[in-house]
Design a protein around this ligand. Sequence first.
Ligand code: CU
Length: 156
Amino acid sequence: MYFYRSKALTLPVLRASLSAGVLLLICACAAMDQHIATPPTASLQNPVEPATSSSVAAGQPVTVNLTEFKIEMPTSLQAGARTFKITNSGKETHNLKIEGQGLEKALSKNLKPGESGELQVDLKPGTYKVYCPIGVGPTSHDSKGMAFQLVVTELK
Ligand SMILES: [Cu+2]
């Protein structure tokens, strides 16, 4: 009985403090779902594509969208040589850097608003830090949200 009562008392407090965060999380998940091409839905959308998922994943360019202060792209990719097609859709200058598994690569030139660039990377399985290298310390775009961990899986 005591257990139930204490739960009921803490619930409104939790709801009030977390509602904003939960909403953000839901939005983030929905946005990511749109950008991650899962093999089953991809084959439905593109019936011309061969059934082998390896060729689909290996050759496809990765679309990256940069805004304040977000990096929109799949958070998981299959290993292999990939081209990142990066567009700055924001209002500030951005770049994209990928670090991990002995790899460290960024666009040679920062992207002004509206500009795009391509980055060639040979991804080995493992985790990478993908971030915007603009700014230093607490005002860096990295610490403002332009960073995430990319997981690269074995080529199937
Ligand atoms: Cu940036």
